[in-house]
Write a protein that binds this ligand. Structure first.
Ligand code: ACO
Length: 157
């Protein structure tokens, strides 16, 4: 039986996180981006390990802005990037990472909402977010560099 663990990312994980990002997603970032997020938002940046091997990550940050559901200005968790290596998908690992993250956004940072952008064609991710209670707020036309639209999805914490 495999042992799955979600834990905060540390500096030594960055190379593996970048490798998983490159393997799984078309949106890539320079090393400085990952390091900066780790320094600033290390308590809302998680990795998933299976038998001590990193197989996924979720990266987020705190932003302030207008609520997606009401008029007020609030603190929100912005989920920037999440990926799970193909071999380890459909085992609940992304769900486990996001639930851990949402709990930290709420309890550590007092965020009132979480939001994210996702490619309109990315059915697995849209289904995952819907299952976790995110709703589509709006479509962002040509959000990605290749011209694809995004869905902006959000959830009250
Ligand atoms: N088809 C349909 N529904 C799916 C699929 C799929 N391929 N994958 C997940 N889901 C839905 C299902 O409802 C699933 O529940 P079920 O298995 O009981 O039916 C639910 O999501 C939960 O699935 P998990 O097992 O928790 O998700 P997983 O660990 O497989 O990771 C992820 C999902 C992160 C989207 C993975 O497929 C992946 O890494 N994809 C490539 C990277 C990516 O697209 N990342 C998201 C980009 S958007 C952003 O980063 C903000």
């Amino acid at each position: 039986m495999s042992f799955i663990r979600i834990r905060p990312a540390v500096m030594d994980d960055i190379d593996m996180i970048i490798a998983i990002n490159v393997e799984c997603l078309p949106e890539h970032y320079p090393l400085s981006f990952w390091m900066e997020h780790l320094k600033k938002w290390g308590d809302i940046f998680y990795v998933a390990e299976v038998d001590n091997e990193i197989v996924g990550y979720v990266l987020s940050r705190i932003e302030e802005g207008r609520s997606h559901f009401k008029g007020s200005y609030i603190k929100m968790g912005h989920i920037i990037s999440i990926a799970v290596r193909e071999k380890f998908r459909r085992k609940g690992i992304a769900t486990y990472m996001i639930l851990t993250l949402l709990n930290s956004l709420k309890t550590i940072h007092r965020a009132e909402e979480a939001f994210l952008e996702v490619r309109i064609s990315n059915e697995p991710a849209v289904k995952l977010y819907e299952k976790l209670g995110f709703t589509v707020i709006k479509r962002l036309t040509q959000y990605y560099l290749d011209g694809e639209d995004a869905l902006l999805m959000a959830k009250t914490l």
